[in-house]
Design a protein around this ligand. Structure first.
Ligand code: CDP
Length: 204
């Protein structure tokens, strides 16, 4: 039987950490759908047409440290505006979501477009400053040459592009549970998410 957990929210809100922890706790598979858009964005930076790239995405496109960097993030949010790019990635995401044994998908449009029937929907947020602090610490720890101001600018630009695009904009599903992590430790945020998923599983 499938059981889908959809976790959406803006850049660096903590979706990745929460999704991984929820998946590990319940033994579900996890898909970071941002990586698909990042992979397409990276291929565009290398000179490819983004629609053709999305239509021919391969497992090896998801490898490499630069995939998580800010330059690829910006390119990802630019290709994510293109309806044909999004369409090309739908089937893979839906198949993942409905696999036996349960799945957690995190992104921007999982609860609204990819899996409107998900058993659990979370919309994870935090203030732009808190998110930029977290992402700055993460990137600096990896040795990337970034500044807090630069990361904040990146987060704000992507939030605006993601929220304002016409196709599958970033928005909380009407039935999503909101989780503001601005004043929560990561442990507390994970505990809340696990509690929400656990309650839904009891009822499923
Ligand atoms: O990790 P972070 O939150 O910074 O970004 P990400 O989840 O890796 O996503 C990178 C970009 O891909 C986002 O800014 C969105 O433009 C796009 N994206 C999307 O449009 N839809 C998704 N389901 C996931 C990501």
């Amino acid at each position: 039987m499938s059981f889908t957990v959809a976790i959406d929210g803006p850049a660096a809100a903590g979706k990745g950490t929460i999704s991984k922890a929820v998946a590990a706790h319940f033994g579900f598979a996890h898909l970071d759908t941002g990586l698909l858009y990042r992979a397409v964005g990276r291929r565009m930076l290398r000179g490819e047409d983004p629609v053709a790239a999305a239509q021919s995405l391969r497992a090896e496109d998801l490898q490499g440290d630069d995939l998580r960097g800010p330059e690829v993030a910006q390119a990802a949010s630019k290709v994510a505006v293109i309806p044909e790019v999004r369409t090309a990635l739908v089937d893979f995401q839906r198949a993942f979501a409905t696999r036996a044994g349960g799945a957690v998908l995190d992104g921007r449009d999982i609860g609204t477009v990819i899996c409107p029937e998900a058993q659990v929907k979370l919309f994870v947020t935090a203030s732009a400053e808190v998110r930029a602090e977290r992402r700055f610490a993460e990137l600096a720890a990896k040795g990337l040459n970034v500044t807090f101001e630069g990361v904040l600018e990146d987060v704000r630009a992507r939030d605006a592009r993601d929220a304002e695009r016409a196709t599958a904009p970033m928005v909380a599903a009407a039935d999503a549970v909101a989780l503001d992590t601005s004043d929560l430790s990561i442990e507390a945020a994970v505990a809340r998410a696990i509690a929400v998923v656990g309650a839904a599983r009891q009822g499923a």
